[in-house]
Ligand binder design. Structure first.
Ligand code: FAD
Length: 503
């Protein structure tokens, strides 16, 4: 039995902790805040309940696997998963609307034909076939296996972009998602539809590789899911599974240093000076913090994927308490498209918020998140630059941005302003407080292509015995991907270097 110290109680770290405890290890999680879940936060007031982090779960199979492997009770007996159907309603800048059914390729194609004209569905369907090829090529290395030692091969673009013929000029192939949107989908509404998937994950369609096509593929194939009671219920279920497997939690315990002895990780030191011995250390927090925790120690060899040098984008969220019942036909998720998503992304990622944002409006039909049926809890989210390029403590800016999100949402929610009881903005500053990630950045899933710049560091590090879990490690951010980091870290500790990934 090994002693394992885990830094942070985010879902990725807790998924690792539960699996390691089941394998017979003594696991203790040190969390700097007073609760578990990290980004999966909750805000409650006057009977309204809001998720302050993720609003939707993709690939629930990752969590089904965790619960099957760590105990007898399956995920579905601990939380109620509801398929979000339609998966998304889209409101484009010119007023065109389309609702896309959940996990139904034929349904999506029919909806696109009906809303955008005959042929739109076929065009999208042909794109999804290419996206599936990129998914098939990268699923194992980018989701299910530890990062390959020859990860450089993942710099190659796996998306099979068709050659675009051009008069008197050599043919060209889309390299970015923006080019796929323009050249293969003809721009317009279909292009905007594709681009919003990148934006939602904090990726600029203008620079994200064509392989980001796997993001709509993943959602439209495996579906979007909501956890009744709010998404934090998923964190609660993982936390309780950890407790049932005798994982110990120490809250209000910030890890200040990773201890090193004889060239391996040997425990942690807490901010209050407490020394903890351990045989393995799992860091479930932003690994950029390890440079402070292990000063002078080279963790990233010349030939390894390093943590991103620049802060990744964040999210701006507005929580809305509304009087009046939620209409029965309201979509759970509406994307209100910006008139120029590409311009928006460019501006947002450089910290200039001068374009109207693309806003996701979440209206869960869940009695547990509202005081009664005469009220409604609505959450608005947009991708923004992190703290750093932007001063998100600037109250005037926060007010201005809150107004922009509300103005966009008013297009999707009739009488929004008249119904509003109160609203609460949540900025990248709040995300940084909840997760500890620099600038409140939110990690995107790892993607192939783009010269390997969108890969995350391997789950092993240059210090033997020190492992990385959570959204900032391979295979990256998002609930499903972070959950997979738990399976990978546990496999690497239990099976050692021979571990070849989850089966
Ligand atoms: C607003 C928002 C919207 C999102 N939307 C979605 C979505 O719709 N779908 C989706 O799949 N994903 C979404 N995500 C991303 C998703 O929430 C995360 O990728 C996922 O929760 C991964 O969490 P994690 O394991 O990396 O841990 P995190 O949630 O980052 O938590 C890290 C934990 O480590 C702790 N910690 C940090 N430093 C220390 C230290 N030195 N000592 C002790 N503890 C420490 C922190 O306090 C925190 O509890 C969203 C995120 C945000 C913020």
């Amino acid at each position: 039995m090994a002693r394992i110290a885990v830094i942070g109680a985010g879902v990725g770290a807790m998924a690792a902790a539960a699996r390691l405890a089941v394998a017979g290890h003594r696991v203790t999680v040190y969390e700097r805040s007073s609760t578990y879940g990290g980004a999966l936060g909750r805000f409650e007031r006057d009977g309204f309940v809001f998720d302050t982090g993720p609003g939707l779960l993709r690939l629930p199979a990752v969590y089904r696997d965790l619960f099957v492997k760590t105990g007898k009770e399956p995920l579905e007996s601990l939380v109620e998963l509801a398929a979000v159907d339609p998966a998304s309603h889209h409101l484009f800048a010119d007023g065109t609307e389309v609702s896309l059914p959940n996990a139904s390729r034929a349904g999506v194609m029919a909806a696109l034909d009906a809303a955008l004209g005959a042929g739109a569905g076929e065009r999208w369907g042909a794109f999804l076939i290419r996206a599936r090829e990129a998914w098939d090529r990268t699923r194992r290395p980018l989701l299910e296996e530890p990062l390959w030692p020859n990860w450089q091969v993942l710099a190659r673009e796996p998306y099979p972009a068709p050659k675009q013929r051009r008069l008197l000029r050599s043919p060209r192939q889309a390299a970015t998602l923006g080019e796929v949107a323009e050249w293969e989908l003809g721009g317009g509404h279909l292009g905007a539809l594709l681009e919003c998937y990148a934006l939602e994950y904090g990726l600029d369609p203008g620079t994200a590789p064509a392989s980001a096509a796997v993001l709509p593929y993943m959602e439209q194939t495996f579906g979007s899911w909501y956890v009744r009671g709010g998404m934090r219920e998923l964190a609660r279920a993982v936390y309780e599974r950890c407790l049932a497997r005798r994982v110990e939690f120490v809250f209000d315990a910030e890890v200040a240093r990773v201890r090193e002895k004889d060239g391996r990780a040997a425990g942690v030191e807490l901010a209050d000076g407490t020394l903890v011995e351990a045989d393995h250390v799992v860091c479930g927090a932003d690994p950029r913090g390890l440079e402070r925790m292990l000063p002078g120690r080279e963790l990233w060899g010349p030939d390894t994927v390093r943590p991103a040098a620049t802060a990744r984008p964040s999210r701006f969220t507005v929580l809305l308490a509304l009087r009046g019942a939620r209409p029965a036909d309201a979509a759970h998720r509406t994307v209100v498209h910006s008139p120029g998503a590409t311009a928006e992304a460019r501006a947002a990622f450089t910290g200039k918020h001068d374009e109207p944002p693309t806003v996701t409006v979440l209206r869960p039909d869940d009695p547990a998140v509202r005081p009664d049926d005469d009220h409604e809890a609505v959450t608005l989210t947009a991708t923004v630059a992190p703290s750093g390029p932007v001063d998100w403590t600037d109250e005037a800016l926060v007010r201005q941005y809150t107004d922009r999100l509300i103005a966009a949402a008013a297009r999707a929610v009739p009488d929004l302003r008249e119904r509003m009881l109160w609203h609460e903005p949540r900025t990248p500053v709040h995300i940084a407080q909840a997760t500890g990630a620099g600038g409140g950045s939110v990690p995107a899933p790892s993607l192939a292509g783009a010269g390997a710049t969108l890969l995350h560091p391997s789950n092993t590090t240059g210090l033997p015995g020190l492992y990385l879990a959570g959204g900032w490690a391979h295979p990256g951010g998002g609930l499903a991907h972070a959950g997979m980091t738990g399976a990978l870290v546990a496999g690497l500790i239990v099976e050692g270097d021979d571990f070849r990934g989850s089966q």
